[in-house]
Design a protein around this ligand. Sequence first.
Ligand code: FAD
Length: 418
Amino acid sequence: MNDTYDVLIIGGGPAGLAAAIAAHAGGAQVLIVEREAQLGGILKQCVHDGFGLERYGEALAGPEYAARDAETVRALGIDVSVGTFVLDAQRSDGRCTLTLTNAQGVWRVTAKALVLATGCRERTARQVLIHGDRPAGVFTAGCAQNLVNLQGMQPARRVVILGSGDIGLIMARRLTLEGAEVVGVYEAKSQPSGLPRNIAQCLNDFGIPLFLSTTVTRTLGRDRLEAVEICDVDEHMRPIAGTERLVECDTLLLSVGLIPENELAERLGVPLSPVTHGPIVDQSLQSEVDGIFAAGNCLLVNDLVDYVSEQGMRAGAEAARVALRGQHRTLAQVRMGSGVASCAPQLIDLEADVHEVSFYLRSDAAYRKAEVLFVSEGEVLQKRRLAAVRPAEAIRMTVDVSGMGDDVWVSIAGEQRS
Ligand SMILES: Cc1cc2nc3c(=O)[nH]c(=O)nc-3n(C[C@H](O)[C@H](O)[C@H](O)COP(=O)(O)OP(=O)(O)OC[C@H]3O[C@@H](n4cnc5c(N)ncnc54)[C@H](O)[C@@H]3O)c2cc1C
């Protein structure tokens, strides 16, 4: 382990591993810093299959997917420091200095470029304003996934799941297979949030009902959860008085969204997007602070790990380029027009060599016969037709930005579905 590297990578999940491999291939000296005892990130606890269909053309389990890149990192001899926490992060004179700690002590390490690959965290009961008692038995879906899949525990007998995000759907199936009764999945929106394949394979195949436009308003129970209060909600997702009913259960799982983990980015003065909650980046996935990159779920919440790895590879390769060869940037904005709820990257560096840019978009509503349009100074850069789009499914689109002027608009149009 050295005191100085070309590229430091914070987080050893799929984004960080891909970034490390790409930065190493670019000739950089790389260190991965991971706070857990093992590499692999959240995929360590995702024992179901379905990972890697795009990247490998195979349906791998989460740990299998992560192991491929972790083994490559080991084989390449890339430096890794696990069980290591970042105590402080500073940027000055074009370098990042991190103060790290692990069982061996506290030390400082400096690098020319930093890739943030810190993932995301789950929204908790407090963040969705559930009132009532505070008994045991209220978990985030990921916490329950960890208990069941990594620690061999069965924390639930009769389960209510709030939110139809993918992790909740996957846990509905997992807990059913472990012998629990899943009473239902309750979703405040009028459309499910998870992928259609997860609704089919995790709920429909097991006869688990999905209740739309419904929410949990209260938890009841002294030591352990005994029941939850369910309410119908209006089109603004406000509970409708008079629709309250109790559902008996000993467990409430929350699958109500993920929040990119960006405390380090904030400490380093990296501007964050109020839309994606991740750093605002250009096509190299470099933030507005020179030399600081972001990839994976700390950049934006991704549906597919394949996109996470793609972002890691791009950020790692570009971090190596900047660390070894320097850069000069001229940034232009990508503006969101009608129909677009989120878009990353939000900037284009007009001087960069990267012209084929992967954009990750979400629509603001469900549309049929949709058309995604990138326009620069009245010229259509790229147009793509899709049979249907929904906010729950990210759209990935590759656009050649070589002919663009100093601003680009992206919009989504189509027939809106109710
Ligand atoms: C609970 C949960 C379950 C999921 N299940 C699925 C699923 O079944 N299928 C699917 O396709 N996607 C799933 N996802 C999405 C999944 O997160 C992504 O597919 C992918 O794992 C994201 O990769 P990442 O590298 O960006 O983040 P992560 O895999 O979360 O890795 C981030 C890593 O950074 C480390 N880290 C964070 N902060 C620091 C710090 N300050 N210092 C050092 N290390 C740090 C973390 O310990 C972690 O190892 C799930 C997400 C969550 C939260």
